[in-house]
Design a protein around this ligand. Structure first.
Ligand code: NDP
Length: 405
């Protein structure tokens, strides 16, 4: 049915490639391309061993539009899944425009020299994608991604209007390292050290960063894994959901962090190792956070021996037939089970599976359009069915717990 080009052979790229290979009736031809060909070849071999399928691999410089266009044309791709880094988003979108193919990613663009992400840069492609008759689907991992779909599913099927959304992301797993990040360390540390914001009554409200003693946090009782300290954090889906969910008064994002993680991060920040600007080191220019990344465990290798679970979901409160109601929809994913299936930990797994599902719905023509879209703008029902079928089953419960005011 479709030829898919996956760009980026990290933790998430590995999962996307494996999951696409498991659905041959949709993904008839698969190419995995990345900066380091050896990583693509390793994944190619694992897929052959596990599924018997052959995929194609290639080296690509995703900072170079001409290089990407030439690969898209050579492979004759119908669709590109971008699971490289957010820095490459605009170049890959430019290449898709030039080649006339649909585009999917899992994280919004951020400029390398400014730790700041927002959708404006990618939403600015709206007219160009529309005029070309192709579509871009932004943020199709778990959060953003499934967190958006939980909202649109609730809006379509459970509420007349949703007034309050709290997205709660818990990783209760243990990777056995003193300090490691579960996806690209540079992107992860930039994300968690930036200004915290949530949206209330049409305005963005700033709060202290997670390392500040005055940061906003509380203990949430997660299903299966129990109580965990959860910190208010800014996350990109807040921006699109604040625009697209009717009747919304407040939307917040919470993520769990252990004391151990925060202590390490505080020290790294205090000594300057999380800086994103260049410093002189023995006559050479070094970006400290990139140097730090080279010392930390590669997230793609964390899967071995990773135990425990992730629990990610949304608490949504609103009105149905004039009555107030609160619903919690969530997924529990086990690190070791994910590793057994595709050789990756649950954070990569929960990102890669939704990207594959989005690609499937686009290739099948079940999600269609021209222009640039966020996930909540499509019909959530086939996506929710596919989550259950392809490895991320979800549960829906009435919510009677407590959240901070
Ligand atoms: P990794 O760093 O493990 O993988 C990124 C891959 O992209 C690497 O293989 C890297 O190559 C490749 N790459 C980087 N730059 C280029 C380039 N210029 N040209 C070609 N290839 C390049 O990251 P993850 O797999 O952990 O994350 C992938 C994406 O998923 C990120 O954008 C991340 O923000 C997003 N994400 C989204 C989540 C969600 O829920 N929505 C959750 C987690 C992650 P090399 O191997 O040579 O370094």
């Amino acid at each position: 049915m479709g030829r898919v080009l996956i760009i980026g052979a990290g933790g998430v790229g590995r999962v996307v490639a494996h999951k696409c290979a498991q659905v041959p009736e949709v993904f008839t031809d698969i190419m995995l391309a990345s900066r380091t060909l050896a990583k693509c070849m390793q994944i190619e071999k694992e897929i052959k061993d596990r599924t018997g399928r052959s995929i194609e691999v290639a080296e690509v410089n995703a900072d170079d539009v001409a290089d990407i266009v030439s690969l898209i044309k050579k492979f004759n791709a119908d669709l590109v899944i971008n699971v490289a880094l957010p820095y490459q988003d605009l170049k890959i979108m430019d290449a898709c425009l030039e080649a006339g193919v649909n585009y999917i990613d899992t994280a919004n663009y951020e400029p390398p020299d400014d730790a700041h992400f927002e959708y404006s840069w990618q939403w600015a492609y709206q007219d160009k994608f529309r005029e070309k008759g192709i579509m871009a689907v932004l943020g199709s991992g778990f959060d953003p991604g499934v967190s958006n779909i939980f909202c649109s599913y609730a809006q379509k099927n459970l509420f007349d209007e949703i007034n309050y959304v709290d997205i709660l992301d818990c990783n209760a797993g243990s990777h056995g390292h003193h300090f490691a990040t579960n996806f690209n360390p540079e992107i992860n540390i930039r994300e968690v050290t930036q200004t915290v914001r949530h949206w209330k009554d049409g305005e963005w409200v700033d709060s202290p960063v997670i390392l500040d003693p005055k940061s906003v946090h509380f203990s949430f009782d997660y299903p299966v894994v129990g109580k965990k300290e959860s910190y208010l954090l800014y996350h990109e889906e807040l921006e699109s959901l604040a625009k697209n969910i009717k009747g919304l008064r407040r939307i917040r994002f919470w993520m769990t962090f252990s004391e151990n993680y925060l202590t390490h991060l505080r020290v790294l920040q205090n000594v300057g190792l999380t800086r994103i600007d260049e410093v002189d080191y023995e006559g050479k220019k070094v970006v400290p956070i990139r140097f730090l990344k080279s010392l930390l465990p590669d997230p793609a290798t964390l899967g071995t021996g990773y135990t425990g679970k992730t629990v990610i979901g949304n608490v949504m409160t609103g009105l149905k037939d004039g009555k107030k109601k609160s619903v919690y929809i969530y997924n529990v994913c086990d690190h070791a089970e994910a590793f057994d299936e595709v050789g990756a930990q649950a954070v990569s797994y929960t990102t890669g599976v939704p990207a594959m599902i989005t690609a499937m719905l686009v290739l099948k023509g079940m999600w269609k359009g021209t222009g640039v879209y966020n996930m909540e703008q499509f019909d959530p029902d086939p996506f929710m069915d596919a989550l259950n079928k392809y490895g991320l089953p979800w549960k829906q419960e009435e919510f009677n717990g407590e959240l901070p005011e």
